[in-house]
Design a protein around this ligand. Structure first.
Ligand SMILES: [Fe+2]
Length: 408
């Protein structure tokens, strides 16, 4: 569980963390053997061969461009990306985060969102990470994809832009973020799902495609620079080739984008009034290269702030529409991680907020038109399965035109 994931010190290896827990006489977390001796998180490895929802999928012979890991399995026809705004002249987007429990609350929030999506002409959805609790998928076609994504979201039949969370990249400890390679299974899964959209670990989607888009999404992988433990694979080191390439891609993509509205999607928040805190001081750690998220803070401040209109993240199981400020270069930080779990009811920090809720479950709706970018927060009564509009903010000036100068 995210709530139990605070390590005893920053930048430990998973082995050091487990040994420290054993020495302290603490009970093992799910996925660990007693005594701190870890076993691989392979409790579902016997499920190989179960193809989630395969019978319902339409084969698209000739589809290409999917990861090699998925080769040999049949591709499907994807729900198409919208090519034009809805009848209200907007691209309407459902935003969810930290949804993948498969439990009653996820189903209730999804059911409430489904009603709103139908009423509001939603054409696209977003999943902000922790898509498959607790360990991430065990294979490219783990039945958890069906139980924790396809089944609850049935009827929200649009492309879902998915990003990777720390639970999707679990190592020995569920939610540690210590094995980014596990996320490749979620990229591969896109081949056999009509709605799961993750063409690579980080990617961009423009609506409409080509020309001068109205809105463009940049999905990033924040895990190698925000994991609870150090990365052991040099490829995923905070300053290794993967993060260098991702940073260069994001910098170039934001520069080249001609979209009126630019939205960065990530799992770990930039600013956050919830219990996990903000990048650079996650969970109270302000030193080291991984646990604190210091290098994600740098990525946000040096590449994203002042260039994207929104940074939308999950990780904290709360709903927060924070204010754009000089510090953020006019970029608005948003936390939307309450699609299944809920927060502790308490604001832990005081970043300026337009609206926030630390107890409710819920989701958000994003509306992008030529005139405005509108964000709506919905809270959900889980017992009734009903959503209620809690707050709306509307922006008419893109951050690139507002000319806010960052003063960090
Ligand atoms: Fe998370």
């Amino acid at each position: 569980m995210c709530d139990d994931l605070i390590p005893p010190s920053a930048d430990m290896t998973e082995r050091q963390w487990l040994d420290a827990k054993a020495a302290a006489g603490e009970a093992p977390a799910p996925g660990e053997a007693p005594g701190g001796t870890a076993r691989l998180v392979g409790r579902r490895s016997l499920l190989g061969g179960a193809v989630a929802g395969a019978a319902a999928l339409t084969v698209l012979p000739g589809a290409t461009g999917f990861p090699a890991a998925a080769a040999g399995r049949e591709a499907v026809e994807k729900f198409p990306l919208p090519t034009a705004p809805n009848s209200a002249g907007e691209f309407a987007v459902l935003v969810t985060g930290d949804a993948g429990t498969g439990a009653e609350e996820q189903y209730a929030v999804a059911a409430a969102a489904r009603e709103v999506c139908r009423a509001e002409g939603v054409q696209l959805a977003v999943g902000l990470g922790d898509n498959i609790y607790e360990n991430g998928p065990e294979s490219d076609d783990d039945s958890e994809f069906q139980e924790k994504f396809e089944a609850p979201n049935t009827g929200i039949d649009v492309p879902w832009l998915m990003v990777l969370g720390n639970h999707d990249c679990s190592g020995l400890i569920p939610g540690s973020g210590g094995d980014p390679s596990r996320g490749d299974r979620e990229v591969a899964y896109a081949r056999t799902s009509p709605r799961w959209y993750m063409p690579s670990r980080y990617y961009q989607v423009a609506l409409p495609e080509g020309g001068a888009p109205l809105v463009e999404f940049f999905g990033i992988d924040s895990n190698p620079v925000a994991s609870s433990v150090i990365q052991l694979d040099p490829y995923y080191h905070w300053d290794g080739p993967y993060m260098r390439e991702q940073r260069a891609w994001l910098d170039g993509a934001l520069s080249a984008s001609r979209a009126r509205w630019k939205i960065v999607l990530s799992h770990h928040p930039y600013l956050n009034n919830g219990k996990h805190g903000s990048a650079g001081s996650y969970d109270g750690f302000t030193f080291g290269d991984y646990t604190s998220g210091i290098h994600l803070k740098e990525l946000y401040e040096e590449v994203v702030c002042g260039r994207a209109d929104l940074i939308m993240s999950g990780h904290d199981h709360t709903l927060q529409i924070l204010e754009p400020t000089v510090r953020t270069g006019g970029t608005r930080p948003v936390v939307c991680g309450a699609a299944a779990k809920s927060g502790d009811g308490t604001a832990h920090f005081t970043h300026p907020a337009a609206w926030q809720d630390f107890a409710a479950r819920g989701f958000m709706l994003l509306r992008a038109s030529a005139e405005a970018l509108t964000l709506e927060a919905y809270t959900v009564d889980v017992a009734a399965g009903k959503a209620q509009l809690a707050h709306r903010v509307r922006t008419t000036v893109p951050v690139g035109e507002a000319g806010v100068r960052a003063g960090r």
